[in-house]
Design a protein around this ligand. Structure first.
Ligand code: SF4
Length: 907
């Protein structure tokens, strides 16, 4: 579309990462790549992209792709096979196991990265034709508590508000959300409101994150205590006569019992302060702000959802909006920030084990209705197993066949070590993915299906504000890759269900999905996009983003809000107050595990890095797995900046770089979730998390695991840069990242210098053309190998207390031609001529490093965020790094930069 004859075609699509769902413009370069920019007409982002979206063009490589169907040989290696053979093996295997052990012996584990059409077909096959609801998704780890909270309060899984509310709110509350890093484009919208309209921002989070840096009021709450705080808010609103009595009277039910419970949980300000660890005055200030402000949006995300009391937390927040009638009105309402790009689309088709399809459940009427619509012979009659329980059933041998699509449960599920062992027991284990290798594939998959990747797929996704957008292909399918919906349909065909899966395109599936949403829907079901059930192929191709249920607004950026006048989807049309339980205590620290481990995302990576990890630009912000700890705790544990620590829980342990941060509460640790066995030696954080789940949503508690931390000593540390793929010696601590021109490792070791020298000679390049520098008394060894005029390999190794800087060497690896002076100076460890040491990347959009920013401040060229932007452009594109720029300015002013050597804190 939009293809003037003499310019490259520009294709409108959506970003494949977070739930903001930004529109992108893709301009293919004809060589397998594409230029990516923000779509100025997309209502989610109006042209903005964050660092991850901006770097999408760097991730379109094929060298890590699974391009052909593969079968596992007995020795664990894989051989290429024909599509027909792979599909037949899967269909036969499923049929055999279902006949022998029943339909509940098989399961699908799907992903919020799938398109709605992929999700729809997988769900239909399993729930309508195979006859089990054992279909769950990684959205269980992300959104399940919000879904359950919505259904309890509203009678349907529906987000009442929209992004435009963030422009119109006078008070924005962020609970358990590091939106500055995890939903950056939306966060910049909030910041714009703050700057231009004076909206105030309150951040409630155990960590002082980048988001908190923008807060007018920061509440560093104790883990798991959100319910207490919002129970206290409800009682405060009651006592302050801040309720909307008319709204409560006309449109809600259950306030009396809820308020009574909340008074029990939060009997006084002092009691709230004691439980939440917050200052009583700070709590009161927050309560008064909420009480006095009509236009309030409360955004919440994984810090609320990923909890053993996640559903109650969600309802505790919604209670306060129902009580004040601040819902569905401009600038007012609760707003769940979805983690994944299509978590909501997956829910729309019933991609969770406790949903059927089109927001219907498992009542006899709904089962009968969906069965009739699908002409399904074997409808599932009850809910299936949710993610954690599904993998426990696999471990017990009850589920014998599993098909994993577009996700990496061996990394992301709690107790990931047990998940790996469970996967290895499966009689039939299928993975559809677009990477040749990840921890899940490495857990013994029998069949690998090459799935189409972003840029090759066609279909729709739904973002956090119910806006359905097209994801369009702008690259040809490489190798033998196929869309997920095609793969599932082909298996269905071979299982004898050809007529129900005879789809020719994603548009065919979208029409059926839309028709089901309207089928016998008298308005009692919220999800109804029947208006597009007859959409022509051409119209589907050019479909503009639209927000359901307002299909009348297709083609406009208008937003739809719900429930301002009640009309909830409950049987009595009233919104329900829900009485939360007092927070449970099972995640308390104890003598053996005296810390509470929190987990989360970092700014420039996504999930298990299979895509973002391909971008050299994104890999320079935080290139290695780390654990954040408060300075006082670090001192007590004998940890110093850049040292290493072993973090242990009852499930296992990881070894991580130490980052000391006063943004961390005492007694708590934080570690990012992104690293796996593919890209680090000991950093699969999912392995540490207990499989404790919310009793209603089934979502795991990923934010509060009792843990211990101890020094892990290494004598040496360093880095390796290499044009070719290499493996470091087996007992080395390492983390691998993408570099321009090759790959980069940071590593630590207790081996002798001489052993590393031998390894370099023996395993890497050797020979007379290797340049070396050895200073045994100081414990330094450096080696570099040049091929022609360019650097092919270098290794820097020194005492672990003096971490060598790699920024100049990384730049030299990327250079096509090195000058003699640059070659000479490389091993000296100094800056090469003409190549300033920019330091770790702060602004990923323009590649601006910490040292460059510090130098600009020191020289007087810049003094604040605005002048840094004018001088260096840093922070002027997506704005994700602005909180870090502020910190750098503040620290320069306080002349307190010596304590901050790790990028996570230095920024
Ligand atoms: S905020 Fe960033 S990651 Fe999220 S959809 Fe937009 S560009 Fe993609």
């Amino acid at each position: 579309m939009n293809a003037p004859s003499n310019t490259p075609p520009v294709v409108r699509s959506t970003c494949p990462y977070c739930g903001v769902g930004c529109g992108v413009l893709a301009s293919p370069d004809g060589r397998g790549g594409a230029m990516i920019s923000g779509d100025p007409d997309h209502p989610a982002n109006f042209g903005r992209l964050c660092s991850k979206g901006s770097a999408l063009g760097e991730t379109l490589r094929l060298d890590t792709r699974l391009l052909h169907p593969m079968l596992r040989r007995p020795d664990g290696t894989y051989s290429r096979t024909a599509w027909n053979a792979a599909l037949g093996r899967v269909a036969d295997g499923f049929r055999r196991i279902v006949e022998r052990d029943g339909p509940d012996a098989v399961a699908f584990y799907l992903s919020g990265q799938l398109l709605t059409e992929d999700y729809y077909v997988a769900n239909k096959l399993m729930k309508g034709f195979i006859g089990t609801a054992n279909v769950d998704t990684n959205s269980r780890l992300c959104m399940a508590s919000s879904v359950a909270g919505h259904r309890r309060a509203f009678g349907a899984d529906i987000v009442p508000g929209c992004y435009a509310d963030l422009d119109e709110a006078d008070l924005i509350i962020l609970v358990g959300s590091n939106a500055a890093w995890c939903h950056p484009v939306l966060f910049q919208r909030m910041v714009k409101n703050k700057r231009e309209r004076g909206a105030r921002i309150v951040v409630i989070d155990p960590r002082r994150t980048a988001t908190a840096e923008e807060a007018d009021h920061f509440l560093p709450i104790a883990p798991g205590m959100d319910t207490v705080l919002f129970a206290g808010l409800l009682t405060h609103l009651a006592d302050a006569n801040a309720f909307d009595a008319a709204f409560i009277e006309s449109h809600t039910s259950g306030l009396g019992a809820t308020l009574a419970r909340c008074r029990n949980i939060a009997p006084s300000l002092d009691a709230i302060a004691a439980k939440t660890g917050l200052d009583a005055g700070d709590i009161l200030r927050f309560f008064d702000l909420f009480s006095a402000t009509q236009r309030v949006v409360t955004c919440y995300s994984q810090g609320v959802n990923q909890s053993a009391q996640g559903t109650d937390k969600v309802n505790a927040i919604i209670n306060c909006h129902l009580a004040t009638g601040r819902i569905g009105k401009p600038g007012a309402g609760p707003l769940s920030l979805t983690g994944q790009p299509n978590a909501m689309g997956g829910r729309e088709v019933g991609g969770l084990a406790n949903q059927l399809a089109a927001h219907m459940g498992f009542t006899p009427d709904e089962i009968e209705r969906v069965g009739r619509f699908w002409h399904a012979p074997n409808m599932a009659q009850r809910e299936g197993l949710k993610a954690v329980q599904m993998f426990e059933a696999i471990a017990r041998g009850e589920i014998k066949a599993l098909w994993v699509m577009a996700t990496n449960p061996a990394v992301s599920l709690p107790n990931a070590g047990a998940v790996r062992k469970a996967l290895a027991k499966l009689e039939l284990f299928i993975v559809s993915d677009n990477v040749l290798s990840n921890d899940t594939v490495g857990s013994g998959a029998h069949v690998l299906f090459p799935a189409a990747a972003w840029g090759e797929k066609n279909g729709t996704v739904t973002n956090s504000e119910r806006r359905i957008s097209r994801q369009r292909a702008f690259l040809p399918l490489p190798g033998e890759a196929k869309p997920d919906w095609w793969i599932v349909s082909q298996v269905a065909l071979r299982m004898g269900f050809a007529a129900a899966f005879a789809y020719a395109s994603a548009a065919d599936i979208f029409r059926e999905h839309a028709a089901l949403s309207a089928f016998e829907n008298d308005g009692s079901r919220d999800f109804d996009i029947g208006a597009v059930a007859d959409i022509e192929d051409q119209a589907f191709e050019s479909l503009s983003p639209f927000q359901w249920p307002n299909t009348a607004a297709i083609g406009s950026a208008n937003s739809t809000r719900l429930f301002a006048e009640g009309d909830f989807y409950t049987p009595d049309s009233r919104g329900r107050f829900l009485a939360p339980q007092a927070p449970a205590l099972h995640s308390e620290a104890n003598a053996a595990f005296p810390f509470i481990l929190n987990t989360g995302r970092i700014r420039d990576q996504w999930h298990t890095m299979t895509r973002t990890g391909l971008s050299p630009r994104l890999s320079t912000h935080l290139a290695e797995p780390f654990v954040e700890i408060h300075p006082d705790d670090a001192t007590r544990a004998g940890l110093y900046p850049d040292s290493f620590a072993r973090v242990t829980t009852v499930n296992g342990s990881c070894i991580l770089r130490v980052c000391i941060s006063d943004g961390q509460r005492r007694g708590e640790l934080f570690a990012p979730i992104h690293w796996s066995d593919e890209n680090a030696s000991s950093a699969r954080i999912g392995e540490l998390i207990q499989p404790i789940t919310d009793p209603i949503s089934g979502q795991p508690e990923s934010k509060a695991t009792p843990a211990a931390i101890a020094q892990e000593d290494y004598r040496l540390s360093g880095f390796v840069l290499s044009k070719q793929a290499i493996d470091l010696p087996g007992h080395t601590w390492w983390a691998r990242s993408a570099a321009n021109g090759g790959e980069a490792f940071v590593f630590a070791s207790n081996d002798r210098l001489e052993l590393w020298r031998e390894w370099t000679h023996r395993h890497v390049y050797g020979g007379p053309s290797l340049s070396e520098y050895l200073d045994e008394p100081r414990g330094i060894y450096r080696a570099a190998f040049f091929e022609g005029d360019s650097l092919a390999f270098c290794l820097f190794l020194g005492p672990a207390t003096q971490r060598p800087r790699w920024d100049v060497a990384r730049a030299l690896l990327a250079a096509k031609t090195l000058q003699q002076s640059q070659r000479r100076i490389l091993l000296s460890g100094e800056s090469a001529d003409g190549m300033a040491d920019a330091g770790p990347t702060v602004c990923a959009c323009y590649g601006v490093g910490l040292n460059t920013i510090r130098n600009a401040i020191a020289s007087g060229d810049a003094s604040d965020v605005a002048s840094i932007g004018r001088t260096l452009r840093a922070g002027t594109n997506c704005g994700s790094c602005i909180p870090e720029l502020k910190k750098i300015v503040d620290r320069h002013e306080a002349q307190d930069e010596s304590r901050t050597p790790h990028p996570a804190s230095a920024h």
